[in-house]
Design a protein around this ligand. Structure first.
Ligand code: SAM
Length: 292
């Protein structure tokens, strides 16, 4: 991330969610009424134009053409994660920890979370922007939401979470969406070990990229422009895992792999009408692990 600046990639994800929210009710995967508030002037204009009839589809097609798979993977995974959190709530979750929360607005847009303590954990710069913008939108923050500022590279998550009132004996769902590729292996390792210290049965859902996209980007569609965009944002990818090593990687850190879903699969589930023509982001994956 650029020093002193909120995450730019978090803003791109907010744009994708704002565009999806502009689609007619019967065609969108979710509605995120807050996403557009986090956009700077240029992207806010794009989001405003997307409210014109038919414009969201045209803008989405343009983005899909330039950054193959980024938008479709992002909106399909947003919906999948919403569904997985709802399913976890049926299993009695008392705390939701959102690591690298960015402009995720689940704490405010999902009614199902109204009795759950939510910890929004993020880099200080992104956290400050989110709190400022949401503060204007909401007036008062719900008391069940706690903001925690930390840099995963400083390895001080445990102290920061304890200070915010996190309990490692309460059933917890930890979400770490769209963050691991930006971190060093040491930071990923330390954060996973912290997750493994949650109450028995707690779940961790995180996203990661296939290691091969870092070793040989040209083998994947659209990576040239994607990597240039990440570089310009000061948020280059540096960490990935080979899915065949995932179960062992997690078990060494005290976690048990339950599911590993690739973007081809979750896009087919939520965007079946475009699956045949969709390309790009095949390396993006969602893993669900449990504290044994
Ligand atoms: C692509 S955004 C994803 C945001 C959010 N999880 C979502 O899906 O909308 C990446 C997030 O990781 C956070 N991040 C990146 N590096 C970080 C670090 N070293 N420590 C803490 N947060 C970090 C950024 O602030 C940003 O919010």
């Amino acid at each position: 991330m650029k020093k002193g600046q909120a995450s730019r990639t978090a803003e791109y994800v907010a744009l994708f969610r704002a565009l999806e929210s502009s689609l007619p009710q019967n065609r969108r995967l979710f509605e995120d009424p807050y996403a557009r508030r986090f956009l700077g002037p240029r992207l806010a204009l794009v989001a405003t134009l997307s409210r014109l009839p038919g414009a969201a589809e045209i803008i989405s097609r343009f983005i899909d053409h330039r950054w193959a798979g980024a938008r479709s993977s992002s909106v399909a995974r947003t919906r999948l994660i919403d569904d997985m959190i709802r399913a976890a709530l049926d299993r009695r979750i008392e705390q939701l920890v959102i690591l690298g929360a960015g402009f995720d607005s689940r704490a405010y847009r999902m009614d199902a979370l109204k009795d759950v303590t939510v910890f929004e954990v993020d880099h200080p710069s992104t956290r400050a922007k989110k709190q400022r913008i949401l503060g204007r939108a909401l007036g008062d923050f719900p008391s069940r939401v706690r903001f925690v500022a930390t840099d995963f590279h400083e390895v001080e998550l445990d102290r920061a979470m304890k200070g915010a009132g996190y309990s490692n004996t309460a059933p917890t769902f930890i979400l770490w969406e769209g963050v691991t590729p930006y971190l060093s292996e040491t930071a990923v390792d330390a954060t996973l070990r912290w997750c493994a210290d949650a109450a028995t049965g707690s779940e961790l859902l995180f996203t990661y990229v296939h290691r091969a996209v870092l070793d040989d980007p040209e083998a994947f569609a659209g990576t040239q422009r994607l990597f240039a965009t990440l570089k310009a944002a000061g948020e280059e990818w540096k960490f990935g895992i080979d899915p065949t090593d995932l179960a062992g990687f997690l078990s060494k850190r005290g976690l048990c792999l339950e599911q590993d879903i690739g973007s081809t699969e979750y896009r087919a589930r939520y965007l079946p009408q475009v699956t045949r023509t969709m390309r790009g982001y095949e390396f993006y994956r969602i893993a669900l692990a449990r504290v044994p």
